[in-house]
Design a protein around this ligand. Structure first.
Ligand code: S3P
Length: 381
């Protein structure tokens, strides 16, 4: 397996989403040490979290969290469950995510409230208010953007053992996991084998989800991405990136009632990924974009993320913009249906870029792409 194997697994998410329960189960399965940051703080201080809040104040508690994030960021091979706000501080994310894979567990306000009511041993000082249900909704809203950047896993109506199995399955299928830092937004680039079915859940949106794809790829893989509200298909080939195609996509988005709370999944080769980025970057700047590239050149293009364009009759790519995705799912299973020549030329691109790449994350992604794609290419020859 790949070098990512020993990365810490970090579970974040709102209070009562099951981080500690799932974290313990996962640690047992992976035979790793488990650390709950709240418990570690309580053990070190010799008093409970509510007592820390009352006696020392919330800011002292947040400082303790920051110190622990820095300390644990130096270690490897752990499963870590964090306090609900710890990963909303960018400095803590920077400290922990370098050697870790972060997952955000999610549940509805009602599910959270009912779990917290049953968890009498762990009082949450922030929810010691007259109407905790209302306060949960308010806090969730305030923290929404902060949690948004992480891969999600719903725990609401599921048994902890089932959530753990799903997480384990995904981790084992996705040896390539990278955080791409860009000034506009940081995002996860995941390379794996059979990971397309996790797409919708990992994106974890409350709004509409629309796939943009072409007729060939759509037929093969649109259903694999999970349950979506609408699939927009454009014809394959050179007509894909015209302004007429842009117009067709925008018309359909408007017809379906798509708005800024929605997510677009771009599923296809270079052209589909390009034009989807162009639509999202120009027509609906705020919308989330999940890129699911299904060819090797598209996977490589997205490593140097954000560049998206449309063609004019005079020449290709004359209209362009930048739109960073909020997540990239590069599933090598999609390469199995490519013609052998496309695969071989894609592999040649990977090798060429590997030789040229001078920055570590790009080289790592290319190495993993090459490792995962080699068996597919060998089988196609
Ligand atoms: C907090 C969450 C709690 C604990 C503290 C503050 C928060 O952890 O760190 O009460 O601000 O969300 P859990 O998420 O494990 O409940």
């Amino acid at each position: 397996m790949q070098k990512n194997d020993n990365k810490n697994i970090i579970l974040t998410g709102f209070m009562g989403t099951g981080k500690t329960t799932v974290g313990k189960l996962l640690a047992r399965k992976l035979k790793r040490d488990f650390i709950d940051t709240d418990k570690l703080i309580e053990d070190r201080q010799g008093i409970t979290i509510p007592e820390i809040f009352t006696d020392l104040g919330e800011s002292a508690f947040r400082q303790m969290e920051a110190d622990i994030a820095r300390e644990l960021g130096e270690r490897e091979g752990l499963v870590i469950s964090t306090g609900g706000r710890l990963m909303l501080d960018p400095a803590n994310v920077a400290a922990l995510s370098g050697r870790g894979r972060v997952f955000c567990l999610v549940a509805t306000p009602e599910e959270i409230l009912s779990r917290l009511k049953n968890d009498k041993d762990n009082r949450r000082p922030l929810l010691d208010v007259p109407n905790p249900g209302e306060h949960i909704v308010k806090l969730l809203q305030e923290r929404k953007t902060g949690y948004q950047r992480f891969l999600k896993l719903a725990t609401g109506d599921k048994q902890p053992a089932d959530v753990t199995e799903k997480l384990l399955d995904f981790i084992q299928r996705s040896p390539g996991y990278f955080t791409i830092d860009s000034p506009a937004q940081s995002y996860e680039f995941i390379v794996g084998n059979g990971i397309l079915p996790f797409t919708c859940e990992l994106a974890g949106t409350d709004g509409m989800v629309v796939i943009i794809t072409d007729t060939v790829v759509g037929k093969l893989y649109a259903q694999s991405c999970g349950s979506v509200d609408h699939v927009i298909t454009i014809p394959p080939g050179s007509q894909q990136k015209t302004l007429t195609a842009v117009q067709t996509i925008c018309d359909q988005l408007l017809d379906t009632g798509f708005d800024e709370s929605g997510t677009i999944i771009a599923l296809g080769g270079r052209k589909v990924c390009d034009i989807s980025g162009f639509v999202v970057g120009t027509f609906m700047r705020g919308v989330r974009l999940v890129q699911c590239p299904t060819s090797l050149p598209a996977m490589i293009d997205i490593i140097v993320g954000g560049k998206s364009s449309a063609d004019l009759p005079q020449d290709k790519n004359l209209m362009d913009t930048f739109k960073q995705p909020s997540m990239v799912i590069a599933d090598v299973v999609t390469l199995t249906t490519l013609p052998a020549e496309d695969l071989l030329s894609g592999m040649a691109e990977v090798t060429k870029y590997r030789l040229r790449a001078d920055d570590a994350p790009t080289k790592d992604i290319l190495n993993i792409l090459q490792a995962l794609s080699s068996p597919v290419v060998a089988a196609a020859k």
